[in-house]
Design a binder for this molecule. Structure first.
Ligand SMILES: [Zn+2]
Length: 427
């Protein structure tokens, strides 16, 4: 139901009134480094914050065996022994509105090189309109927006008229298994909102992504007789060249995918790690690299995985050195399809109206050529999922930061969205 002007004013003012507390909370969670597998500290803070705000809170581990069997699960290379998901629920005695999941991931990517940051990456320094830190933009700001949006609705004197689940999930950056575990546990709602850093636009589509590790083997030898050896590092280089050919082929398909044809590199092959060799003056025995490549909504990940496997199995015919290097492939993270939220959903209309009330502007739609947890809710649950969050800079880079005025607007928009979607009544 559309909100009254009075309700809009009361809820947006309540976000305003709490915004300094929100920034302080964001600083607290940025200062809890939560690299993959090390999210427990920040999850304890989030779980405490939810309890203080009257949520019914549960924490639960990820079940690797169950994730393996479920299509929302992706191959994991860690056992999740020291980490867990957090779920907070609020539900009215009788529901008359539409239910909602507010989801955010707390894992962050490594800092690249801490010395190169202008301020230490986990110091959460605030300068002018920006808050700096690894994870500040991707996506602890979004998590703070979810928390303070609901708090503002309550501070304005209302309660939601439908069940709400607040999800704080782990391991989004490598696998998406945190959200997959929430789905396995039965999480469902009439809509999902995930405030990833989207510069206040609605991400309506993303690419499917597969993540791989490839190991090649050389023949070690002394450099005085190089012809008796085979360099694993040079073989890895040749394999990467062939992956670039695959990337170009997959990029050429973009013309068949409206929206994606506007992106320079939708497949976006990335080789993110490489290690190899044993000694400066020995021809290297082994080289291993890891990466990701993307494709289009509607494509089955299994088909793209098979295409990559086939390319590697035939690579020896291109070069006898590659035959001997025998590239071995492992899947080490997200293997998921992309999604496309068709225009015209109620969820998008309610978000656009909330965004308009706060910013006075219409809601832009854009595509992100990366994995997003919204894909799991869209593809495996059929739930309309909105990826919409604040303006940021340098996510996954040096000096990551989030724009605070934008975070305030996004928090207000999420609050108005949740209020209109779930319905409100005087508390
Ligand atoms: Zn993210």
């Amino acid at each position: 139901m559309p909100l009254s002007q009075d309700a809009i004013a009361a809820i947006t003012s309540a976000v305003d009134a709490q915004f300094e507390n929100q920034v302080a909370f964001l600083q607290e969670i940025v200062r809890a480094p939560s690299l993959r597998g090390e999210e427990a500290g920040v999850q304890r803070i989030v779980s405490g914050a939810l309890k203080e705000r009257g949520y019914e809170v549960e924490t639960y581990p990820l079940d690797v065996a169950a994730l393996k069997e479920h299509p929302a699960g992706s191959p994991a290379t860690i056992d999740y022994a020291d980490t867990f998901n957090v779920s907070g629920r609020k539900a009215p005695a009788a529901s008359s509105g539409r239910s909602l999941i507010l989801n955010a991931h707390v894992d962050v990517v490594p800092t690249a090189k801490p010395d190169c940051w202008t301020r230490p990456p986990f110091s959460a320094s605030r300068e002018g309109d920006w808050l700096f830190g690894r994870g500040a933009g991707d996506m602890k700001a979004g998590l703070s927006a979810n928390l303070f949006a609901v708090a503002a609705i309550e501070a304005a004197g209302f309660k939601l008229q439908a069940p709400l689940e607040f999800q704080s999930v782990i391991d989004e950056e490598v696998t998406g298994n945190g959200t997959a575990a929430a789905i396995l546990r039965g999480a469902t709602a009439d809509a999902v909102l995930i405030p990833e850093p989207t510069d206040e636009e609605l991400t309506f589509a993303n690419s499917g992504v597969i993540k791989f590790r490839i190991t090649v083997q050389g023949v070690p030898a002394h450099p005085r007789e190089p012809e008796s050896g085979l360099s694993a590092i040079e073989a890895a280089y040749l394999v990467i060249q062939e992956l670039k050919v695959l990337e170009a082929r997959w990029n050429a398909e973009k013309l068949d995918h409206p929206g994606f044809d506007q992106l320079a590199n939708p497949a976006s092959l990335n080789i993110g790690t490489i290690s190899g060799g044993e000694w400066p003056a020995s021809i290297p025995f082994e080289c291993r690299f890891e990466g990701r490549i993307g494709f289009y909504p509607g494509d089955r990940p299994a088909d793209r995985m098979a295409a990559l496997e086939k390319m590697l199995s035939e690579i020896g015919s291109l070069d006898p050195r590659l035959e001997q290097a025998n590239p071995r492939l492992e899947w080490i993270g997200t293997c998921q399809a992309g999604y496309r939220l068709e225009a015209g959903t109620d969820a998008e209309a309610v978000l656009a109206s909330a965004h308009g009330a706060v910013t006075g502007a219409s809601l832009n739609r854009s595509i992100m050529a990366c994995y997003l947890d919204a894909a799991l809710y869209m593809n495996h649950c059929g739930i309309p999922s909105l990826t919409y969050g604040p303006l940021t800079k340098n996510i996954h880079g040096i000096d990551e930061c989030v724009n605070l005025p934008s975070l305030k607007r996004v928090t207000q928009t999420i609050a108005l969205f949740a209020a209109a979607w779930c319905g409100i009544a005087p508390a």
